[in-house]
Design a binder for this molecule. Sequence first.
Ligand SMILES: *Cc1c(COP(=O)(O)O)cnc(C)c1O
Length: 227
Amino acid sequence: MTGPASTLAERLAAVDARIAEAARVAGRDPADITRIVVTKFHPASLVRELVALGVRDVGENRHQEALAKWQELDDASVRWHFVGQLQSNKARQALRYASVVHSVDRPSLVHALEGDHAPVGCFVQLNLTEDPARGGVRGEGLEHVAEAVLAAPGLELLGVMAVAPLGEEPRAAFARVREASERLRRFAPGAASISAGMSADYPAAILEGATHLRIGTAITGKRPERR
Ligand SMILES: *Cc1c(COP(=O)(O)O)cnc(C)c1O
């Protein structure tokens, strides 16, 4: 189904079938899982095609590109998720389109996002690697940033987000994410969501409790060259 001859509709259906199957194996209701289609590097026309196929949740990882597509589409039915690293000086601009920011990883970004606006969903991003230069919090940074989000006007703490590191079995990485989620819920019981799972590993993420999947190439096909 993912060969070169497959269509967007076929790939979307195949991914949704695998999501349903993994949920069944995990004893979970697929309705509790939000499948976000990551459309980075693809044109707004692809988002339009996805919308015609019933997609509502779309993910982007670069601010300028996301802003341009949001403006071009001008479609209020799309829920835009920002999943990339976000500079604090771009945060206010990102709120023009983003309903959810998956990459909150420092108090300064929380303060740049907070304000007197409709609630914006926030995931605290975890860094599962040994490399501190990667986005995301490590150790007690989770509590630190989560407390800042809880105290911030206009922000709603949804849970934790992570990318499985290369070189680690994804299920083991997602088990660590689940532990972090349990830690978070001890002081923020409502923040029970987990944003985890990409094209290569989303079934494993579902087995470890992921509620928000960020899936790009398995649905969109290969990404065009970075513009
Ligand atoms: C690009 C991206 C994805 C989707 O990646 P695929 O491997 O194409 O599914 C998910 N999450 C983040 C943060 C990304 O940047």
